[in-house]
Design a binder for this molecule. Structure first.
Ligand code: MRU
Length: 363
């Protein structure tokens, strides 16, 4: 993990220059074990197998695997380095298709390596150093962004409640395990809790991969945040009976019109929230916003192996011979979203495009 992450938080990423290890999220909550990532191939593998998952963590671990490989290999000339960087980043992007963060990070790093290569005042040694530092900076930036998301999100939701204590529902895992630290949607919850305004969090099991039951529940217990686990089919009953203040989820990719891809099951929660007049918020850094696509119709949805549905571990629970469909994400239409909570503020989906273009201009 980056040096900046508070010690009490879970460390999903352990990094120091030349060395990277990631907490194996497939082994949680039973076992806490770290997997060494030495080469770009290791980075691809831990992302593809979902030993590391969550849109920001995927981007950071993928890019850090390249940084580690670069540190440990002999210095090549600038042109070769540039070519290798581009090829390896494109390979890392192919590990999982839906989350946009790794794609945007790769595009930015490829552009940066092109500019270093073209600058005649930059030596091969400087190029390598500056490129690695650029990747390392992603760790601290993600934590800072998440804390800002937490602050903006907490302010919005506390304001909305006029003093009542807050009950939140969240889906999937968006905490320290899914990011460099603090979390996005879980960061907002953490922030409401530290303001002493949180009554309770409900987290869904998040079938079929159980990120809620295995990972979010683990983080909530670890952080001593008052919380209850429900199965995915209990959401309507929960909203009907438990006076839920808001739903807060993360995002894997937000389109320019605000349509949001997130873990399968998010869309049905948003529909239920609308029915019960519960505001539905998406918490995501600007690195999850894909301005190159106009709507969610252009987002590729990853389909995962049917074994994730038919088995729990090695134990088969579904009837043999049944067909399965296992999309890992769904798209929540912008019309169901009350606000997109970013590190720059909370935006209405319909204002996202103008606001993000303006922010980019003033950067
Ligand atoms: O398949 P996963 O576990 O990588 O999916 C994760 C999610 O859908 C998260 O909600 C999203 O990446 C946001 S993480 C801050």
């Amino acid at each position: 993990m980056s040096a900046a992450e508070p010690e009490s938080s879970l460390q999903s990423i352990r990094y120091r220059r030349g060395s990277l290890a990631v907490l194996d999220q497939l082994a949680l909550p039973q076992h806490t074990r770290y997997l060494p990532v030495i080469h770009v191939q290791d980075g691809w593998k831990v992302i593809h197998k979902m030993q590391v998952r969550g849109a920001p963590a995927i981007a950071i671990v993928g890019c850090l695997s390249l940084a580690v490989e670069l540190v440990n290999e002999p210095l090549s000339d600038k042109k070769t380095m540039r070519q290798e960087i581009e090829g390896k980043l494109n390979y890392l992007v192919s590990a999982r298709p839906t989350a946009v963060n790794i794609k945007l990070a790769a595009d930015d790093l490829i552009e940066f390596s092109n500019s270093l290569n073209e600058d005649e005042f930059v030596s091969a040694e400087d190029m390598k150093e500056r490129f690695i530092t650029r990747i390392e900076d992603m760790l601290q930036k993600d934590i800072n962004d998440n804390k800002a998301i937490g602050k903006f999100g907490a302010e919005r939701i506390i304001k909305q409640t006029s003093g009542e204590s807050i009950r939140v529902l969240t889906h999937c895992n968006t905490g320290s395990l899914a990011t460099a630290g603090y979390g996005t949607a879980l960061g907002v919850i953490r922030s409401i809790h530290s303001e002493k305004k949180l009554d309770h969090v409900y987290c869904t099991e998040t079938r079929p991969y159980n990120q809620g039951a295995r990972l979010t529940a683990y983080e909530l217990v670890h952080e001593k945040i008052p919380s209850t686990l429900i199965v995915d089919s209990m959401v309507a009953a929960l909203m009907k009976t438990r006076n839920i203040t808001a739903v807060i989820v993360g995002a894997d990719r937000v389109a320019a019109n605000g349509d949001t891809a997130n873990k399968i099951g998010t869309y049905q929660i948003a529909v239920l929230a609308k029915h019960h007049s519960v505001p539905f918020y998406v918490a995501a850094p600007l690195t999850s916003i894909d301005m190159s696509i106009v709507s969610g119709d252009h987002i590729t949805i990853e389909e995962r192996p049917e074994k994730e549905m038919t088995h729990i571990g090695e134990h088969r629970i579904a009837a043999k011979g049944i067909n399965c469909w296992n999309p890992s994400f769904d798209i929540t239409p912008a019309a169901l979203i009350a606000g997109i909570i970013t590190e720059k503020g909370v935006f209405l989906p319909q204002n996202l495009q103008d606001t993000v273009s303006l922010l980019k201009k003033t950067e």
